[in-house]
Design a protein around this ligand. Structure first.
Ligand code: SAH
Ligand code: SF4
Ligand code: F3S
Length: 466
């Protein structure tokens, strides 16, 4: 009874205050870490009393969480800002616009100068200052905070899961990057590498499990260099230990992680992956190039031989593990021979999937300062096409090998194409589509026998006696 009354009162209260509720709208670009940051921003805004809206016209504050990794990513943001400007002009109550994330960090005040619509510029380590910044903006000023931090990990903030399927979630375990690969803007936009308190990570994963989630992905630019020292006891926690602690929360909670770095990935981590069935047998291990000369210029810290030895170690220690990669074509001075070496390395490593990009010069990076971006655009694109074509063949070959096998699949929801089919992933991170069977729902594990495959998907049916 008491409970019912409370609900009625809450509803009344909500309708009485509806007109004064302030709304935020947030759009996110870039990597998964940025998506996770938007969930932290959402949490901070909700603590301030803002509510989420998906209708930009209804918003008081419009945020865009941005990416600077390639020029194209920044062009997309500029286009969206133009669009915000046109919407804002067309409505009675214009909204304020905040630029968050990596482009905010890279461009700082310059963004305010170049983009009239922007009221607020907030770097990735400055989200805790949003209340003050919003106050400034509401009083008619423009506000900037792009201070980078050596400590900030937002460890105590519980992210508001935006657009979640209720089954899988992401947890940032570290921020920044110290690697300084010569092509990469991330060390400039995200600052120094720092690891988050593992006890808060495990607590967050356990809480997600209690709320029905069945898969967490631990995120960092280089998870293998995760290292946390207990400030009082001096206890040191490395990535292998963190993986183990997460895996021990519950065998029904799947653990994924990204990104692994070839120069730092240890056998110890591989043994931990092999030991726990709920640590997924999938490693994203970007090679970038198959040529030693280019890897050296990229300052990646490994050779082709070292990389392929790491692949061998994976095959030896975690035999059923799938490996995916990132590849850049047309990096400074790349010759046809270097390019051929990349194609060969892809075959040798037998990637199940790759993210592939044409090199885009980024301001302030070592490459921008010291090397000439001398591979013509058409050549970069042609090589990219070749890399994409080869990967398509490798993916198809990989997936065809799975026909006839049975996998444990975590159901994520309806398949995109048909509501009579479910989609889910196997441990190797492959998307599996299969007809629904009564009694199963998202979050359940099922065994699926694979009948067919494309380069992107496995198709199968649920089996009860496998
Ligand atoms: N920390 C991860 C990568 C993060 S960025 C790692 O070290 O592997 C994601 C990918 O974007 C990179 O792996 C790289 O392939 C690509 N990338 C980064 N900078 C780029 C640039 N300037 N031009 C083209 N692709 C780039
Ligand atoms: Fe960029 Fe290299 Fe750091 Fe990855 S490891 S984020 S590519 S600097
Ligand atoms: Fe982009 Fe920043 Fe991620 S540059 S890829 S959003 S760390």
């Amino acid at each position: 009874m008491a409970r019912d009354r409370a609900v009625v009162e809450e509803t009344k209260c909500a309708s009485a205050t509806r007109d004064t509720t302030r709304y935020y709208y947030i759009e996110t670009y870039g990597c998964q870490m940025n998506f996770n940051d938007s969930e932290i921003v959402a949490s901070l805004l909700e603590q301030m009393g803002y509510r989420a809206t998906t209708d930009i016209k209804n918003a008081d504050l419009v945020f865009i969480n941005t990416c600077s990794i390639r020029e194209k990513a920044e062009e997309t943001v500029r286009r969206r800002l133009r669009y915000f400007q046109s919407v804002s002009k067309s409505i009675d109550r214009p909204f304020k616009v905040g630029v968050l994330g990596c482009m905010a960090e890279r461009m700082k005040k310059q963004l305010l100068e170049e983009e009239q619509i922007v009221d607020m510029v907030v770097g990735p380590d400055a989200y805790r200052s949003l209340p003050q910044l919003i106050e400034e903006v509401e009083s008619g000023q423009r506000a900037v905070n792009v201070l980078l931090s050596r400590e900030e990990t937002y460890a105590d903030i519980q992210p508001v899961r935006l657009g979640s399927n209720g089954v899988s979630a992401f947890i940032s375990i570290m921020r920044g990057c110290d690697n300084m690969c010569s092509f990469c803007v991330v060390p400039f936009t995200r600052g120094r590498e720092r690891s988050r308190d593992p006890y808060t990570i495990v607590a967050e994963a356990a809480d997600l499990f209690d709320r029905g989630y069945r898969e967490v992905t631990l995120l960092g630019q280089n998870v293998d260099s995760y290292r946390w020292v207990h400030p009082q006891t001096g206890e040191v926690v490395h990535f292998a230990k963190l993986l183990q602690w997460c895996a021990e929360i519950d065998p029904r909670l799947r653990i994924r992680f990204s990104t692994s770095h070839p120069k730092d990935m240890t056998d110890e981590v591989l043994h931990t992956i092999a030991q726990y069935p709920n640590i997924c047998k999938y490693i994203h291990l970007p090679i970038q190039s198959g040529s030693d000369r280019i890897l050296e210029l990229m300052r990646r810290g490994y050779t082709r031989e070292w990389y392929l030895e790491r692949i061998e170690a994976i095959r030896r220690i975690v035999p059923d593990c799938a490996v995916s990669s990132d590849i850049i074509t047309g990096f400074c001075t790349e010759t046809e021979e270097d390019h051929q070496m990349t194609l060969q390395a892809m075959e040798e490593a037998d990637f199940c999937m790759s993210y592939m990009f044409a090199y885009s010069e980024r301001p302030r990076t070592w490459a921008a300062r010291n090397l000439k971006d001398d591979v013509p655009r058409e050549v970069k694109i042609r090589r990219l096409e070749e890399v994409i074509q080869l990967q398509k063949q490798l993916s198809l070959r990989h997936n065809r090998r799975d026909i006839g096998k049975t996998f444990e699949v975590l159901i994520e929801g309806d398949s995109k194409r048909s509501s009579s089919h479910f989609k889910g992933r196997n441990s190797q991170n492959k998307m599996v589509i299969f007809p629904k069977v009564n009694g199963y729902q998202p979050g359940d594990y099922v065994y699926v026998r694979i009948d067919d495959a494309t380069s992107a998907t496995l198709l199968g049916h649920i089996v009860t006696n496998h």
